[in-house]
Design a protein around this ligand. Structure first.
Ligand code: NAG
Ligand code: NAG
Ligand code: NAG
Ligand code: NAG
Length: 488
């Protein structure tokens, strides 16, 4: 009897202890929902789809790029490829700030869910517009060859958002409209949240893809591949440790999302990140076979593999190589501070040393000219190998560009004036064009073009190029060098 009573008491007191914990938990959960749920979960709004009867033949592809420029460019190329394969008009995003968005890690199966990354991209784009810092991807890279050959159709994000949300988007960026701006801004955020998929998919209107690199590898035109397991799977240990049940399946993008599918009926097909990279013998997210026998696909892969910078940027880079450096030079791209690169200084500098050594052996004792592009501030060079080179004035001459240099400044101004991105995209019937947007939203701050010009200069380096292993910037320069953009 006593024993039983004690037991009951014991249990009773556990419950008493648990109540505050439970309350705290419920409170945290509630406040979490309040702070993180997007507006559409809180407000009942009619779907943006209902109002879109204009140009019913137009179908769009939206995607959500992330991280630095080179990464955003590689996702843009994948988006161009997919939009062409699926015959959809590509929504061209702005260039996002380097650290505005991170995806996470596909190999570690830890990535931001697609709808979260879509919402973040949407909101970051609006903020760029509001701060008058909006620069379209199509301002920086030259997509005109792809558009004029009808390989892709594009629409500017700003025109698209005006159409989709039914607002004059220029109100967000015109400084005069302070009283109207908050409500327009909120409305834009709400319809962005719907597009991101927080309101669910709507037949005929929106198909927001929640598949990502943890569970899907997109393929094309290889029938026997569709539905197969990919060769890279999470191992048992990881599955246990992370409590995940992911299985990575290869899916044909055309069969899954193309004609006849539910996705194909939707006006808007929204991908999340389109980041992919080779990993353990496969691709992390998109594996469209470069050696396919499909000649149309081959041509498309060729066309989207290399998108040159806008002519203004290419000219600036060539000009610096020709008129400022004037002589043959070596380019050193040294990524030293960002992320993983902090830990690889030794390897990065040793490949530069090797290259210089072989130049010394090969030729003369003349001064070697080196163009340096690095994220290490000039003030920190002196204690590194760069300092050694700098001091050895008889043998080396270092060249570099700074943010404040006239060339950089002038190129930014030229680009802003040219507004390349404004000129290419389509404008759905019944929607005003970009004129009002352009009038009210001209950038107050010039686009940040230093990196792009540096890349072009490096593609002009006839003595060679030393990049940082694993840097997407190095890959991009290698590609430009192979395309010989400097001599064309
Ligand atoms: C591609 O889309 C355009 C415009 O929506 C349409 O006119 C054309 O017929 C489509 N092409 C194919 C092959 O479906
Ligand atoms: C593991 O995940 C499943 C669902 O994904 C969940 O129901 C379960 O509680 C989780 N287990 C642990 C130990 O977190
Ligand atoms: C790519 O296609 C070629 C030719 O169709 C085929 O031999 C090869 O196995 C494919 N590669 C992959 C990775 O599927
Ligand atoms: C660069 O120099 C500054 C000022 O001397 C110093 O505080 C900083 O730690 C240095 N950074 C690196 C990465 O060496």
């Amino acid at each position: 009897m006593l024993g039983r009573r004690r037991k009951l008491n014991h249990r009773g007191s556990t419950v008493v202890y648990l109540i505050p914990v439970l309350l705290l938990f419920l409170y945290l959960l509630y406040s979490q929902i309040l702070t993180t749920s997007p507006p559409s979960l809180r407000l009942q709004t009619s779907t943006p789809c209902a109002s879109h009867t204009h140009s019913p033949e137009l179908k769009f592809l939206f995607y959500a790029p992330h991280s630095g420029f080179s990464n955003q460019l590689s996702e843009f190329k994948n988006a161009a490829l997919l939009s062409s394969l699926l015959n959809r008009t590509l929504v061209v995003p702005p260039v996002l700030d380097h650290h505005a968005l991170a995806l996470g890690s596909c190999p570690k199966f830890r990535v931001l869910p697609s709808r979260d990354i879509r919402l973040s991209v949407w909101e970051s784009s609006l903020l760029l517009l509001r701060d008058n810092r909006y620069v379209s991807m199509a301002d920086i890279v030259d997509v005109s060859p792809l558009v004029s050959s009808s390989t892709i159709r594009t629409i500017d994000f700003r025109v698209f958002a005006s159409w989709w949300c039914g607002v004059k988007i220029e109100m967000v960026c015109s400084s005069q409209s302070t009283s109207l701006e908050p409500s327009v801004f909120n409305r834009l955020k709400e319809c962005g949240s719907f597009l991101a998929g927080f309101g669910g998919n709507v037949d005929g209107c929106l198909y927001a893809i929640d598949k990502d690199c943890r569970n899907t590898v997109w393929t094309y035109g290889e029938d026997e591949e569709d539905g197969k397991l990919d060769s890279f799977q999470p191992d048992e240990q990881l599955k246990k440790k992370k409590n995940i049940s992911f299985v990575r399946t290869r899916r044909d993008v055309f069969k899954t999302l193309g004609p006849g599918s539910e996705a194909d009926r939707a006006r808007i097909l929204a991908f999340g990140s389109l980041f992919t990279a080779p990993y353990k013998g496969s691709q992390l997210y998109i594996d469209i076979n470069k050696s396919s026998k499909d000649t149309r696909l081959q041509k498309l892969l060729e066309d989207t593999d290399f998108l040159p910078f806008a002519p203004q940027i290419v000219n600036a880079g060539k000009q610096f190589a020709l008129n400022t450096i004037k002589v043959p030079f070596l380019c050193a791209q040294l990524r030293l501070l960002d992320g993983q690169f902090k830990n690889h200084w030794r390897a990065t500098f040793s490949s530069l040393k090797e290259q210089i050594k072989s130049l010394r052996q090969g030729a003369s004792s003349r001064t070697i000219n080196i163009f340096v592009m690095t994220d290490l501030p000039e003030g920190n060079w002196s204690t590194t190998y760069l300092g050694e080179l700098m001091r050895d004035k008889n043998n080396y001459r270092l060249h570099f560009l700074r943010e404040g240099d006239d060339l950089v400044h002038d190129t930014g101004r030229e680009l802003a004036a040219a507004g390349n991105g404004y000129r290419l995209g389509i404008t759905p019937n019944g929607i005003r064009g970009l004129e009002e947007i352009k009038m009210n939203c001209s950038p107050q701050r010039l686009p940040d073009v230093l990196l792009y010009i540096e890349e072009v200069i490096c593609s002009c380096a006839s003595l060679g190029f030393v990049g940082t292993a694993g840097s997407t910037i190095a890959d991009s320069i290698d590609l430009m060098r192979r395309q010989k953009i400097c001599s064309s």
